[in-house]
Design a protein around this ligand. Structure first.
Ligand code: NOJ
Length: 759
């Protein structure tokens, strides 16, 4: 018996030693990553593999006592068993270290966790909402803004952000338009690339966070802009409008994708083989992994696409969803399904390989506490340099919509200024709704920003309240439309002022996830306030704070100066004040069309001609509305400056080109006004006859230039086949010969035109 025990122990030792050595092989950083992954996968039990595909929300105090009941206890125990691959919303070095320690030191294989978080436009120091950043068209600045976000988030222990949102969208009713780059796939692709590079950095050092392109796909086209609604879409729109920014992120080296809540033509994106297997992992060769959106695997049951949790898990994994965010169905169902043979283990292996690849590439196996540096956490988060960077980004994001009689910039001394509007003194709204890591009331308000300019007399009155309740991520906003008690005081200061600055718009929690609207006006009684104040003093500068395009025809007609200032983040008030006072000359251009009224939505510049685009016969039978013009109030690409620019000499190098040749286009731009300034020169094409109808205009190039007063620059663009072609309904890229129209201009509606032939 003794001998048998001895022999048994010896055998165990050999097995253990053998296992340990094998185990160690994946720790050998000199071996290629794919080999290290293979060693590790061989070591893993089915449960451990499925565990890697499981992501939990850290819904308990992870540094406090261990949870003793409910789902938190189950989550905690599963981490200990090695049945969790990633956590979300656990943040802060102490917290991340505590959870990572369990995964690395208490589980059999010690596989480190990924820590994900919604770092949408900054972490604690917030930059402008992404839609606002997109208005800058400044790719370097946008990249830098993502870098700042990555510096702070990584200093807080995080290694993965659920951003960028690259959903193209053209319906301002949808609350999530604030998260994306607007309506254009070309601009959207450039911005997507910049943001991925900013988040991930050059090398995977401890300031890199893995980026995640979301929401794959077509979420931006939910019907009627209603959140979580269904999407029905043509292949042509999918290939030409929705997919290009996603493809751009793959080309930029993104490591993760998130699928989306919506169905696409009847199939939930989460269970969509065509999107995830055929396109993303097939045609595009994506080697990273796909995380589901929050509970979107289980939601396939509610959609009516899966019968129960097991069916949902099977459909999602077959379709290529690699990680389950908070549905809890992979961890409870996949092992059983694989054992029964209903799900092939090779599918699980593929998902695990993808997840482990990211962990290896990040260097987490070599140092699982790579992001856990208390000193960096203390010095980096919220520091001065980050604030300067987000201020720079905020100024670049502002769009001047109107400036009659040069009311702006404001005089710096000797003026009496009345500042009116609840949003003028709001330190919360500029933070937007994706600001989970930022402290409440940490934005610089417009009032505070304007108080920096001390040689004018500045008086403030709120005029009205926008929200009646305390603002929060989880609650519906209750809007005030009954209390007018502040109107008289506001009118009084307006009457006595030289200039009135009114800061009106949406509060931060009126856009973002779950925050669709059917009205695009100034919420509550702000429009009435604007009109009442206008009666006593029409010298108004209207500063808009909003997370989506608004429809403000009355203001556009009557108010002499309008500044689109979105939700600009932590430094909002400073940025706005510097623009109002001319210390920064605005140069932003709209990344989304602003409608005249809600009924025009969706409205976008790159529409099709239709068979009846204009009123040829002076009757009603043409494509229009009978009660409002069909054009937007402000088109895509629109934005003014304190100076003016003139465009001349649009030249195309030759009248005709062969396919494959570079098409050279140039134009002279002169600063004809009284200030140095920046201009965004935009090039649009139109393919008037094609095998599929093409949009009336498509942005294909742009350049952000700086011109001193009186200066002229010649801007050169080079177009290749890639700019001239399009995808057919089968996803095949076609470049067709024929005539092409070109417009180079200052917005999508105005510019110089020419044409060339492609042979
Ligand atoms: C749901 C949202 O749709 C997604 O964008 C986000 O990343 C996850 N929740 C996690 O918070």
């Amino acid at each position: 018996m003794k001998n048998r025990i001895k022999a048994y122990s010896f055998l165990t030792l050999i097995i253990f030693a053998n296992g340990y050595a094998q185990n160690k092989k994946h720790m050998d950083y000199k071996r290629p990553i794919e080999e290290r992954i293979s060693f590790l996968i061989k070591e893993m039990t089915l449960e451990e593999k499925v565990g890697q595909m499981n992501q939990y929300n850290g819904s308990w105090d992870v540094t406090g006592p261990k949870p003793e009941s409910g789902s938190n206890e189950e989550k905690y125990n599963n981490i200990k068993k090695g049945w969790v691959g990633s956590m979300l919303t656990v943040r802060g070095v102490k917290e991340v270290r505590a959870v990572q320690k369990i995964a690395v030191e208490e589980t059999r294989l010690g596989i480190p966790l990924l820590f994900g978080f919604d770092v949408i436009h900054g972490y604690k120091t917030l930059s402008p909402i992404p839609l606002a950043e997109a208005a800058s068209w400044d790719l370097e600045a946008i990249k830098n803004s993502a870098r700042v976000a990555a510096l702070e988030a990584s200093a807080s222990g995080l290694n993965w952000t659920f951003a960028p949102n690259v959903d193209i969208t053209n319906d301002a009713r949808w609350g999530r338009v604030m998260e994306g780059a607007g309506e254009d796939p070309y601009l959207g692709s450039k911005i997507a690339t910049a943001r991925v590079k900013g988040f991930q950095g050059e090398h995977f050092d401890n300031t890199s966070i893995i980026a995640c392109a979301k929401h794959f796909a077509a979420y931006g086209f939910v019907e009627a802009g209603r959140e979580y609604n269904s999407v029905d879409m043509s292949n042509s729109k999918l290939y030409n409008t929705v997919l290009p920014p996603f493809k751009a992120t793959v080309d930029a080296g993104i490591r993760t994708f998130m699928n989306s809540f919506n169905t696409l033509n009847g199939i939930p994106a989460t269970g969509n083989v065509f999107l995830q297997r055929d396109i993303l992992k097939g045609a595009w060769g994506f080697k990273g992994f796909v995380v589901s959106d929050w509970a979107s695997i289980a939601e396939m049951i509610t959609h009516g696409y899966a019968a129960n949790g097991a069916d949902a898990a099977r459909k999602a994994v077959v379709a290529g969803s690699d990680m389950d965010m908070e549905s809890n169905v992979y961890v409870t169902e996949l092992v059983k399904l694989a054992k029964k043979g209903t799900v092939k283990e090779s599918l699980i292996d593929d998902a695990v390989r993808r997840i482990l690849r990211v962990k290896f590439e990040l260097g987490l196996f070599d140092d699982p506490y790579k992001y856990c540096d208390e000193a960096r956490e203390k010095s980096n988060i919220g520091n001065k340099a980050n604030n300067e960077d987000v201020l720079d980004m905020a100024k670049k994001s502002i769009v001047l919509l109107k400036n009659d009689k040069n009311l702006l910039p404001l005089k710096k001394s000797g003026a009496k200024i009345a500042l009116i509007g609840a949003l003028a003194n709001d330190k919360n709204s500029p933070l937007g709704s994706w600001r989970i890591a930022a402290d409440d009331n940490t934005a610089v308000s417009v009032l505070e920003g304007m108080q920096q300019y001390k040689n004018n007399v500045l008086v403030y009155e709120q005029g009205t309240d926008v929200a009646l309740n305390k603002q929060s991520f989880l609650d519906e906003v209750k809007i005030n439309s009954t209390d007018f008690s502040g109107f008289e005081a506001a009118k009084k200061i307006a009457k006595e002022a030289d200039v009135v600055v009114m800061v009106l718009g949406e509060i931060g929690f009126q856009s973002g996830e779950g925050r669709s609207r059917t009205e695009l006006d100034l919420p509550g009684n702000q429009q009435q306030l604007l009109e009442e104040v206008y009666k006593v003093n029409p010298n108004i500068v209207l500063v808009l704070n909003n997370g989506r395009p608004l429809a403000l025809p009355w203001a556009a007609e009557h108010i002499p100066a309008i500044v689109e200032a979105w939700q600009l983040g932590t430094q909002s008030g400073n940025a706005i004040a510097q623009v109002l006072y001319g210390d920064y000359n605005p140069s932003g251009k709209l990344p989304m069309s602003f409608p005249r009224n809600v009924g025009q939505c969706p409205i976008y510049y790159n529409l099709y001609n239709t068979g009846r685009p204009t009123d040829k016969d002076n009757n009603v039978f043409w494509s229009h509305y009978s009660d409002v013009e069909k054009t937007p109030l402000y088109p895509f690409g629109y934005g003014l400056s304190y100076t003016s620019f003139a465009y001349k000499n649009l030249k195309i190098a030759k009248p005709s080109f062969q396919k494959g040749e570079k098409i050279e286009v140039s134009v002279d731009v002169t600063n004809t006004g009284n200030f140095d300034g920046k201009e965004i020169v935009q090039l649009y094409i139109n393919d008037p006859v094609a095998s599929l109808v093409r949009p009336i205009k498509e942005l294909k190039a742009f350049e952000l230039i700086e011109l001193k007063k009186g200066e002229t620059k010649t801007i050169h663009f080079v177009l290749s086949d890639e700019a001239l072609g399009f995808y057919d309904n089968d996803g095949k890229f076609l470049v067709e010969s024929g005539l092409f129209n070109i417009m180079v201009g200052w917005n999508s509606n105005e510019g110089l035109s020419s044409k060339f032939e492609l042979k």
